[in-house]
Ligand binder design. Structure first.
Ligand SMILES: NC(=O)c1ccc[n+]([C@@H]2O[C@H](COP(=O)([O-])OP(=O)(O)OC[C@H]3O[C@@H](n4cnc5c(N)ncnc54)[C@H](O)[C@@H]3O)[C@@H](O)[C@H]2O)c1
Length: 271
């Protein structure tokens, strides 16, 4: 595990006002140029104090540097979430450096970058293992750990995971991915039921096809014709949903999947 730019208490005092002002937030998978980074930048703009975590330290640091340039308070930290001890150490380090934790966001996940897209009959056992460890196992471990931190602090906190419509619809050639994303929704319901008395909430942003270009929509994409709204989702669409679920505006919302898919999941065959 590597950690750079240990948090300065002075930065906390510089926190900008907003819907998440001063909320200490750990984003697992906040590097890169995709959804994770978009969430970090959106949350920082609303005053969150951030720990940006990623397996690739350079990516975590790039996100952190962009936030610092905008006046945000942030540390960058790196570890592989597949390693239980490294994950645990990273969460502990984030809580220590931020002075506690209020929000956990889990972004790491996916399929195509990790296993081949093949029919169920051709899936190898190792593909199932990979999908489990990158989409669900680390989330369950991280949730367990932060619930302990929330309890030790004020007793409440908030968790948002990034899911996929593959977890609520059939997922041809994505069976392992779909099952694990469905598992996230089950995990959120269980956390909601067990933690509601303590004020802790967990929800999932159920994302459709999202354009990875920060500049937004790539209308030439072959999937666009299948999307009722006629465009891919943007990183901002996902980040805005995560922001709502993490904010006090969603104070009475827990155990839910908020579908952000431009209407894909509700279009029947007669549309
Ligand atoms: N891209 C889409 O169209 C789409 C659609 C629906 C859901 N999603 C979900 O959104 C989430 C983000 O996807 P994305 O493609 O935007 O990713 P992203 O670009 O936000 O990157 C995620 C980060 O996770 C990091 N990472 C990967 N493996 C790691 C590990 N073992 N330990 C620590 N960090 C690790 C990567 O380095 C990367 O920086 C995923 O959960 C994915 O399933 C994406």
């Amino acid at each position: 595990m590597r950690c750079a730019n240990a948090f300065s208490p002075m930065l906390a005092a510089m926190t900008v006002p907003g819907r998440l002002a001063g909320r200490r937030t750990l984003v697992l998978g906040g590097g890169g140029a995709g959804i994770g980074r978009g969430i970090c930048e959106r949350f920082a703009g609303e005053g969150a104090v951030l720990a940006v975590a990623d397996v690739d330290h350079g990516r975590a640091e790039a996100t952190a540097e962009a936030i610092r340039r905008s006046g945000g308070a942030v540390i960058a930290i790196s570890a592989d979430v597949r390693d239980a001890q490294a994950l645990d150490d990273m969460i502990t380090r984030s809580a220590d450096d931020l002075g506690g934790l209020d929000i956990l966001i889990t972004v790491i996940g996916g399929q195509v970058a990790f296993v081949p897209a093949v029919p169920l009959t051709e899936m190898a056992d190792t593909d199932w293992d990979t999908m489990y460890e990158l989409n669900l196992r680390y989330v369950a471990r991280a949730v367990r750990r932060v619930l302990g931190i929330f309890t030790h602090q004020s007793g409440s906190g908030c968790i948002v995971s990034i899911g996929s419509v593959a977890g609520v619809m059939a997922a041809p050639h994505q069976a392992g991915y779909g099952v694990m994303k469905a598992g996230l929704l089950s995990l959120a319901r269980t956390v909601a039921a067990e933690q509601a008395p303590y004020g802790t909430r967990m929800n999932v942003v159920v994302a459709g096809a999202i354009s990875m270009a920060v500049a937004n929509v790539d209308s030439s994409d072959e999937w666009v014709d299948e999307i009722p709204m006629g465009r891919l989702g943007s990183i901002a669409d996902v980040a805005n949903a995560a922001l709502f679920l993490a904010s006090d505006e969603a104070a009475y919302v827990t155990g839910q999947g908020l579908i952000v898919d431009g209407g894909v999941s509700v279009r029947g065959p007669f549309a």
